[in-house]
Design a binder for this molecule. Structure first.
Ligand SMILES: [Zn+2]
Ligand SMILES: [Zn+2]
Length: 101
C-alpha cells in the first residue's frame, strides 16, 4: 500500500503508519484523533466531566475531581497489550503522576 516510510501528516514523524481518512498518520496522532472524536464522559462517582488523556497511545478518561481513571473494555485490552509489550512501567508511572497532579 506504500504507507511504510511515509511521513505522518500531523507531526511529520517518519514511523510505522496507520491510515486516517487515507492520510498517513502515526499511532500517536491516531490516538490523539481518537481522543478528540470520543465523547466526553461523566465520572460515575461524582458526575464531573472527565478529561481525555493519552498514555502509550491508549485513550483513558481521567476525572479531575476524584482522580479516578476509567477505561473502556477495549481500552483495558490495549493497556494490557502495552504492559505485555514492556510499556508497563511507563504506563504505571504516567497514571500515578496523573493521579498526584
Ligand atoms: Zn504523527
Ligand atoms: Zn470523579
Amino acid at each position: 500500500m506504500g504507507l511504510f516510510g511515509e511521513k505522518c501528516v500531523r507531526c511529520g514523524k517518519k514511523t510505522r503508519l496507520e491510515s486516517s481518512k487515507g492520510l498517513p498518520t502515526c499511532e500517536e496522532c491516531q490516538a490523539q484523533l481518537n481522543a478528540e472524536r470520543e465523547t466526553k464522559r461523566s465520572c460515575p462517582v461524582d458526575g464531573s466531566v472527565m478529561n481525555k488523556d493519552i498514555v502509550q497511545n491508549v485513550v483513558i478518561d481521567r476525572c479531575p475531581s476524584c482522580r479516578g481513571i476509567w477505561l473502556d473494555a477495549g481500552e483495558l485490552q490495549l493497556v494490557k497489550s502495552a504492559f505485555e509489550a514492556g510499556a508497563g512501567t511507563d504506563l504505571a508511572d504516567a497514571m500515578v503522576r496523573g493521579m498526584m497532579t
